[in-house]
Each structure stands twice: as structure tokens, then as C-alpha cells.
Design a protein around this ligand. Structure first.
Ligand SMILES: Cc1cc2nc3c(=O)[nH]c(=O)nc-3n(C[C@H](O)[C@H](O)[C@H](O)COP(=O)(O)OP(=O)(O)OC[C@H]3O[C@@H](n4cnc5c(N)ncnc54)[C@H](O)[C@@H]3O)c2cc1C
Length: 446
């Protein structure tokens, strides 16, 4: 860093991190005194709401990611895994893939946008056997597992084994869970034409949600409607229920409240997808920063108390909505809105201006629940079915940066209208990263 330059470091290349960088680049475009740095473990922005479509084969994996270097052109990008943050020393410690030495990156101002980690609530058996739906690898692994289950069950004579191969349990009735369930159902039903031995009633997709409603971000009325629409698609939704164990072949589901409270049922399944529960990213847990419910506690300016100039945005930030007195939910729209406020407040701080409070008015919420069906609230109206699905597609297509990737996704969707599912199983199975981030004792300071 040049001597009199001040450095802004943004951690995380998701919706919040890249959104923040884009704003910062526009504020400091002609300012030679400010250096902007982005650190993320992947060198691309992943459109997470489209992950279930990669799992179902509706969209190609490479089409839902955009290289960070194509989005953030005036920023220094570091591909590395943040291992800890030292807010007193104003330094971020990184692990990298190709070096024996770690790196410490100094900062003057910091934005933490590291998203969140899946929380298995200490259930080691679930952690060991469950699939997750957070990364591109997760989506590809689930797709190949599903194809494998179809292949195996087609030639399986034991009806009990066949049933458990064709039973898919999704834990969590939020966006990730419901969209994954809808896409899986579509894939299974569409792929059936290649598997004459599998009948529709052999297939079950079960969603287990601990709360009294699915997609709690929707108002009560729409959430009720969403429930009805998902059930109508043939998905078995178990509300007020929790998965208490999974050994790879059997899942224990406990009713938490209502009729039959306390009862436990064992469901035979080979595939359980865990989308529930949020824990702080390891880098945050390894630091002295204050967390609550696995998130960084921020004030109304999205700043961490006690550390002026350090902001948090997106899924890793716990920010209370002054109207509802509840935390803002973890959504892509809120992550983007917080990124803009964090960038504006950093700009205000550097220019000695007044910071602005995070003020969020939702334009709408939307989710897709399967083939050509969605649910949405948009400009105060509840929309369901085909038009909600179109709205979802438009909204998330516009979120993909760059025309090229948008056209590619649009082509994937168009092709799906005319041709059947590709049922090839690629040999991508659960495997650790081939080039892991290295644990190092020595480090260079940059
Ligand atoms: C399957 C699925 C479907 C969803 N559907 C919807 C939907 O329909 N609508 C909606 O509004 N929201 C949806 N969401 C939620 C939405 O995707 C998130 O709220 C949003 O991605 C949050 O953005 P973020 O930038 O805070 O976090 P993320 O997008 O998770 O980004 C975090 C970034 O930090 C990086 N990172 C993490 N740890 C480290 C580390 N130690 N070192 C370096 N880099 C690190 C990650 O690689 C990533 O780039 C969905 C989420 C999932 C998983």
C-alpha cells in the first residue's frame, strides 16, 4: 500500500460483497488516495437463488456464476480464505492455496460480507451424511446423487429399498428448502419417462420445517397460500417438526408442537438435504467480534459497535428492523440493499459527512415452487402461479451481472421448454477441494 493511501477491504464475494465494491468503485473512481481490495475464497459471484436449478439440471453450473474480475474492475482482488480478523491491529489473516506462507492484509476500513455457514446444531451424524445447498459443488453433488438414486431404484426389486432411494427429505422451509424441493420434484417427475419401472407414487419429496409456516419472509396469508401450493405439487410438508438424526439410511423426524407433539417418526431415505440453521463463518468465530445467533451485531448504520470504520452486510449481519423489532431476514435483496448502505456510510465517514441509517422497504418477495409456478408479493399484491414464476425469473435474471451470463441462463430456460431432462450422471461425488487452503505458521504482511 502506498504510504498515504487509505485502504478499504471488503471480505466476501457474494451479493453483499460485490454490491458494496461496485458502489465503492463509483464513489472513489477518481480518488488516488483510496485503495479498494476484495478478498473472497472463490473468484466468482454465485447466484445462489439459482442453485436448485443447477441441481435439477434446468441451468448449467457455469452460467450462474460470474467472474469477480469481470465485475469489480478497479479493485485489487485476492483469492484467499479469511481465517481471522484482528480489529484492534486492523488486519485480516488469510490462507491461500498455492503458498506455504499465509498473508495478513492491513486495512483502514473494513466491510465484512462473509455470508453464513450451515448450522447442524451439534448433530454430528446429520453433518456427516446430509447434503447441503450452499455452493455450486453442493448443487452438482445433489444432482448426481439424484440421478444415481433413479438408476439404482429402476433395477431394485426390494420395494422398501426402492422407496428409500426415491424418498428425498429437505430440512428447512425457507427459500433454499422450498426451491430445492420444487426443483427436485420437477427433475424426478420429468426424468421418469426414462425409467419405466418408477411410478409417480414411488417418489416422495418431504420438507421438514420447525416453524408453523414455510418461507417466513412472506406475510401470513401468502405463507399459507405457499403451503397449499407446495402441497398441491405433491410435496409432503411437515410443519412444526424437526429432524433429530440421520444415519444415511434413516431420518428421525420429531413433531415439536400441535397434534402429536413429541412423537418421533423414522423415515427411510438415502438423501437428506439440510438447508436449515445458520452459524457464523469460521473467520468470524475465530475473531473477537460480537455475534448473536451466529451473526455480527451491527447498529442502524451497519457499523460494528466499538469498531468505527468496520461494517457488516448481508447474511452475516444481525440488523434489527425498527418496524418489526425483529432481525432482517437473510435474503439476496436485503444483502444488496445493506451493501449499498455500508458503502455509502464508508464514503460519508471518509468525506466527513453524516452517515445514513439502513432503511429498507421491500419491493416484494418471491420464490419458485416448481415448474412454471411461483409465489410472490410485489408492490403490495399477492401473485401466484405462472406470473409469479415469470416475475421471479425476471428478477433473478436481472441480478446476474453481465449480458453474456443472462443470455446463457435464458437459453437454458428456453431449451428446457422444448427438450426433456438430461439424465446423465456425471461422476462428481462428495469430495474435498483438490487444492485446499493451507494452514501456515508464517505470514507476509501486505
Ligand atoms: C439455495 C438457495 C436459494 C435461495 N433463494 C433465494 C431467493 O429466492 N430469494 C432471496 O432473496 N434469497 C434467496 N437465498 C438467500 C440468498 O442467496 C442470500 O441471502 C444471499 O446470497 C446473501 O448474500 P451474502 O453476500 O450475504 O452471502 P453469500 O452470497 O453467501 O456470499 C458470501 C461470500 O463470502 C465468501 N466467503 C465465505 N467465507 C469466506 C472466507 N472464510 N474467506 C473468504 N471468503 C469467504 C463466499 O465464498 C461468498 O462469496 C437463497 C439461498 C440459497 C442457499
Amino acid at each position: 500500500m502506498a504510504k498515504n493511501k487509505r485502504r478499504i477491504v471488503v471480505l466476501g464475494g457474494g451479493f453483499a460483497g460485490t454490491g458494496c465494491i461496485r458502489k465503492l468503485e463509483s464513489y472513489f473512481r477518481n480518488d488516488e488516495e483510496i485503495e479498494i481490495v476484495l478478498i473472497s475464497e472463490d473468484n466468482f459471484l454465485l447466484s445462489t437463488p439459482m442453485l436448485p436449478q443447477v441441481a435439477s439440471g434446468m441451468a448449467e453450473a457455469r452460467h450462474i456464476i460470474t467472474p469477480i474480475r469481470a465485475i469489480c474492475k478497479k479493485t485489487t482482488f485476492y483469492e484467499g480464505q479469511v481465517s481471522s480478523i484482528d480489529p484492534h491491529g486492523r488486519i485480516v489473516n488469510l490462507r491461500r492455496t498455492g503458498r506455504k506462507r499465509g498473508i495478513g492484509v492491513r486495512y483502514d476500513f473494513l466491510v465484512i460480507a462473509l455470508g453464513s455457514k450451515t448450522n447442524f446444531f451439534g448433530m454430528k451424524d446429520v453433518e456427516k451424511h446430509a447434503h447441503t445447498m450452499k455452493t455450486l459443488n453442493d448443487a452438482l453433488v445433489l444432482r448426481n446423487k439424484t440421478m444415481d438414486m433413479l438408476e439404482q431404484s429402476e433395477t431394485e426389486f426390494d420395494p422398501i429399498h426402492r422407496k428409500s432411494m426415491l424418498t428425498f427429505v429437505i430440512v428447512g422451509g425457507g427459500f433454499a428448502g422450498i426451491e430445492t424441493a420444487g426443483e427436485l420434484m420437477d427433475l424426478l417427475i420429468d426424468a421418469r419417462k426414462h425409467y419405466p419401472g418408477i411410478r409417480e407414487d414411488h417418489i416422495s419429496v418431504i420438507v421438514v420445517e420447525s416453524g408453523p409456516t414455510i418461507i417466513p419472509g412472506f406475510g401470513e396469508k401468502l405463507a399459507k397460500f405457499a403451503y397449499g401450493a407446495v402441497v398441491k405439487r405433491g410435496i409432503d410438508v411437515r410443519l412444526n417438526s424437526a429432524v433429530t438424526g440421520f444415519n444415511g439410511i434413516e431420518a428421525a423426524i420429531k413433531k415439536l408442537s400441535g397434534e402429536g407433539a413429541g412423537q418421533e417418526e423414522v423415515v427411510r431415505t438415502n438423501t437428506l438435504v439440510w438447508t436449515a440453521g445458520v452459524a457464523a463463518a469460521d473467520a468470524i468465530r475465530n475473531s473477537i467480534l460480537k455475534t448473536e445467533r451466529g451473526k455480527l451485531v451491527v447498529n442502524e448504520f451497519l457499523e460494528l459497535s466499538g469498531f468505527p470504520g468496520v461494517f457488516a452486510a448481508g447474511d452475516c449481519a444481525l440488523c434489527i428492523n425498527p418496524e418489526t423489532k425483529r432481525p432482517f431476514p437473510p435474503t439476496a435483496q436485503i444483502a444488496e440493499a445493506q451493501a449499498k448502505t455500508a458503502a455509502a456510510n464508508l464514503h460519508a465517514l471518509i468525506r466527513n459527512k453524516k452517515k445514513a441509517k439502513f432503511d429498507y422497504r421491500a419491493k416484494g418477495h418471491m420464490a419458485i415452487i416448481g415448474k412454471r409456478a411461483g409465489i410472490a408479493t410485489f408492490m403490495g399484491r399477492n401473485i401466484v402461479g405462472f406470473w409469479a414464476w415469470i416475475l421471479w425469473r425476471n428478477m433473478y435474471l436481472s441480478r446476474i451481472p453481465g449480458t453474456e451470463k443472462r443470455i446463457r441462463v435464458l437459453l437454458d430456460w428456453t431449451i428446457d421448454l422444448f427438450f426433456g431432462r438430461d439424465v446423465s450422471r456425471m461422476d462428481v461425488m462428495k469430495k474435498p477441494r483438490s487444492v485446499g487452503f493451507r494452514e501456515t505458521e508464517e505470514q507476509d504482511i501486505w
